[in-house]
Design a protein around this ligand. Sequence first.
Ligand SMILES: C[S@@+](CC[C@H](N)C(=O)[O-])C[C@H]1O[C@@H](n2cnc3c(N)ncnc32)[C@H](O)[C@@H]1O
Length: 235
Amino acid sequence: MRLRGRKGIREGLEQQEDLVVLNPEQYKGKWQERFDNDLPIHVEFGMGKGRFVSQMSVKHPNVNYIGFDMYDELVRRASEKTRIAWEEAERGEPTTIQLARANIEKIEEVFAPGEIERIYLNFSDPWPKKKHGRRRLTHPRFLEMYCKLLNARGEIHFKTDSETLFEFSLNSFADYGLQMTNLSLNLHRDGINEEHVMTEYEAKFMGKGMNIHRCEVLIGEEVLREYQVMRLDKY
Ligand SMILES: C[S@@+](CC[C@H](N)C(=O)[O-])C[C@H]1O[C@@H](n2cnc3c(N)ncnc32)[C@H](O)[C@@H]1O
């Protein structure tokens, strides 16, 4: 087994300037320039090893993706996964995806207001102790930041296996005055729901027979307007 020290991992990331961003603050307000296109930007906060964000970037060529994690090693794993996914899909070098190292606590230093269209929160750390509640990525203090950064089509898509985190998050969305829709207490009730790309944690928890909870939160004025017209159509 090849072992890498922390320095080796960092050097490996520094050599991937096309895909990896170690100081994302430098692109605040300039992400579209970095991508060199005007496609919408979707982000995953806490991407882990990057299965979800890399697969999404292959599946949706008309979206720019940025996966964030705070650990170098996870950004490295995600970069490997992304290059393999793009190669397998015969898409060549990854262009519409970036992988960034950042702590979401400081995400307002990374994006300008209205720069993002969608935020994915997949299996965010549940922080089960009450005294750590402020660290949950769905705590109202994070929602306040997300609302500033999302544009008129802004949405949050949230998945978790944790019943307590789901319950906490639904209350947080509601108390912050946000519109939820498409709630599910068991996303794969009727077998694997192919519509949704699976994350590493999702596959692991599914394997253990656990239910996956999911909901969408509508933030931007345009999506809220559309929702008002459509909301009862599915009943
Ligand atoms: C439980 S894992 C889920 C990984 C992946 N989304 C999945 O579903 O397989 C949570 C990830 O979020 C990252 N994370 C937690 N808090 C974070 C923060 N404040 N900023 C950036 N990343 C964070 C962790 O490092 C970890 O990789």
